[in-house]
Design a protein around this ligand. Structure first.
Ligand code: FPP
Length: 238
């Protein structure tokens, strides 16, 4: 069991391998995402019990639009059904939901559903679940650069005064006061970052597992946290 006194405050997850999980069972990819959502619900519950403060999951990237219309729509439908079926339970469990990314550029039905989710959980004080949707790390940094450039042009800040804190603060995470992830987990055996939280993971510990995301259980999360707890974080120091 993980040491209760050293639980990472912020855990970020790349939930990869839904497609391969489905393929290995001769099921359509959409069924893999359904199973992935089930796994995510269990992980959210468990993260809350462990006392993790922020859990950030990658649900849809700015690159995922390249997938088939059927798959993209399947993920959107899943999001809508997630809100319909889970809102009450999230509230009961005191989970607050926040969305990172250009989610207001998604279809109206998705925006409407997510707005209900954010509004319905906004005063919750337990785990904060950040769902990265239509999110890209480079896109986020570009948006922050545009904001700071506009502030400089408006005479609110001198270019040479722009600090790392200013950049952090202009990101989706910074605007919400979300600290950098302590631990980043990627499932399915891939060892890539895939444009996720590029700025924020500068000093995050990384744990990779071969499990496909639908097979990632609360016990697997415990194991990843134990691995994190066995690491010595030096933040560039000695
Ligand atoms: C990566 O697996 C997974 C995704 C791109 C979608 C993740 C979505 C969910 C877990 C469910 C929906 C989430 C919410 C919040 C409703 P992949 O499809 O790239 O798998 P593969 O690499 O094996 O093809």
């Amino acid at each position: 069991m993980p040491d209760k006194n050293n639980i990472p405050a912020h855990v970020a997850i790349i939930m990869d391998g839904n497609g391969r999980w489905a393929k290995s069972r001769r099921l359509p990819r959409t069924m893999g995402h359904n199973a992935g959502l089930k796994a995510m619900k269990e992980i959210v519950k468990h993260a809350n019990v462990l006392g993790i403060k922020y859990l950030t999951v990658y649900a849809f990237s700015t690159e995922n639009w390249k997938r088939s219309k059927e798959e993209v729509n399947g993920i959107f439908k899943l999001l809508i059904s997630y809100v319909a079926s889970e809102l009450e339970e999230l509230k009961e469990n005191n989970v607050k939901v926040h969305i990172l990314g250009r989610w207001t550029q998604m279809p109206d039905s998705v925006i409407e559903s997510l707005s209900r989710l954010i509004e319905g959980t906004k005063s919750d004080t337990g785990l904060q679940l950040n769902i990265a949707l239509n999110y890209g790390g480079r896109d986020e940094i570009t948006m922050a650069a545009q904001k700071l450039a506009a502030a400089a042009v408006a005479g609110q800040i001198l270019p040479e005064d722009i600090s790392q804190e200013d950049i952090s603060g202009a990101l989706y995470t910074g605007q919400e006061g979300i600290p950098d992830p302590d631990l980043l987990i990627r499932t399915s055996g891939e060892m890539r970052i895939s444009n996720y939280l590029l700025w924020q993971i500068a000093y995050s510990e990384m744990v990779f597992t071969d499990l496909y995301w639908p097979d990632f259980t609360p016990e697997a999360l415990d194991k990843a946290i134990e691995e994190y707890q066995n690491r010595k974080r030096r933040f560039g120091g000695r």
